[in-house]
Design a protein around this ligand. Sequence first.
Ligand code: GCB
Length: 595
Amino acid sequence: MLRPEDTATRELKNLNGLWQFALDPEGQGRTDRWFAGPLTTAREMAVPASFNDIAADAAVRDYFGDVWYQRTVWVPRGWEGRRIVLHFESATHRATVWVNETEVMSHEGGYTPFEADITSYVTPGEEARITAVINNTLHWQSIPPGVIEDTQAGKRQRYWHDFFNYAGIHRNVWLYATSQAHFTDVTITTDLEDGTGVITYAAEAENADQLDTKVILRDADINQVAQGTGASGTLNVPNVHKWAPGDGYLYDLELQLVDGDTVIDSCHQSVGVRTVKVDGVRFLINDEPFYFTGFGKHEDIPVIGKGHNDAYLLHDFELLKWIGANSFRTSHYPYAEDVIDYADRQGIVVIDETAAVGLNMGLGGGIFGSQGYQTFSSATVNDATREVHAEAIRELIARDKNHPSVVLWSIANEPESDTEGSENYFRPLFAVAREADPTRPVGFVNVMLAPHGRCRVSQFGDVLMLNRYYGWYVHTGDLAAAELAWEQELTAWAGDGKPIIITEYGADTYPGLHSAVAGNPWSEEYQIEYLEMNHRVFDRIDAVVGEQMWNFADFATTSGIMRVGGNKKGAFTRDRQPKAAAHYLRSRWRGKNQW
Ligand code: GCB
């Protein structure tokens, strides 16, 4: 699927704004055909945004089930004869969409795009009604999983990941028009041969049997540097300007479907020419060892929740640069495409993760709520779940395969990984990722409960990604003991001969809480002591090729006695003010990254 765009031959209409909105606690909207007419509700909802925090009402915040969104749109008269497509960049966690009274599409998974050709259901020059029912329930066959529990006080949604289950229409909604003959996809891979960039492309098109494909590559100054013909081929760029961390140089590849001299369809794909390889314990970008500095992040903003916001996008990247971060992980789900596009342009390196988080019933009851389930079983996370997970991997890779900033796929965060069930569950999923993208390394993020020697899934990865909280969840406040235990475990992992990225290490820190005496958890001073201890350990182990502190900023979670108004492990507060540790990280990371 191509990202909707305005080009010489394509037109785009943005459908963001205020939509009609209704909760459907009785689940009657589908049978009562709420899509068949105007939604009878006085409530409106912002798109893009999570619906949860907009109303100051616990019934909305904690709602699970169906919610309805509706708006009308004028289909431009000039689109007569064109192919008209309705495109959602995401809807969390699943959606069914109607145009007027016709159901046009359904999609499972909260963080990847979906679209439908609606040409037959609309009339150019007339208004169309768009209705989407979004369902945010998490169950055993959703990614991430959850369960609805019957309690004396009624039904409750339970899940095992440590961030609030924000839902709604989080990203752009588009109506767009193309020619009947049009491109549907393009796959780009790049290589470097003695200073020459080698760009391989493969385009796919529909209704285009009689047409030819032409491609034109332009540099950032819009000078043509290469061209080619045919739906697939290779372009060489002598003296190529490489894409590199800190130097987000992009070429533009224009694809044209042509009939003689007439351009029938034209679309653009930015191209960063770079290579990624794993060589022993080194992670190489353009054949140079790369050391990740940065964070696991979240899409998490006051009021808007997981709604994409351009101003926060820019501000967060300014803070990444301010602090000397060269990378982040899209913990724990695919982020908005605008984020990955911007990372390409800014030369920020991305570890791209699926929404497979919380597949672990062993994790702390105090944080994630009641336990008593077995992770992998026919009644819980099972073969059907794995199919949904496989599709989430395929959709993530299909969406992000052409981004130079993406250097590594993370197919899950902290699943159970020390049992036979987990080994059987994950083996085929690694194969799915490798089949979808043979060019990038693949890994998953290992949890502390499956240390070296016990983990049965890390054998499948090219890279080891470890989340560890020595000095926080264990050896709390005792950094001397933490340092010894951490170095011991890390040394064992280093023996596996793979690069190790520490994808999480962090300590909850209440901004403004201070302590003159060392070893006081929650204080700003302890966060620094904790980070310094971790960095001493990392610096002693060659196989460690990266440190991504948890988290970039404080973020919202479910309520619980382990959380004070959310998770407070941020280097920045939720409103992006630096804690003392941010200044410490800045002095360490800016020394490593010279841009
Ligand atoms: C983890 C999880 C992350 C949590 C973090 C914490 O290991 O991957 O989602 O937020 O720990 O702070 O407990």
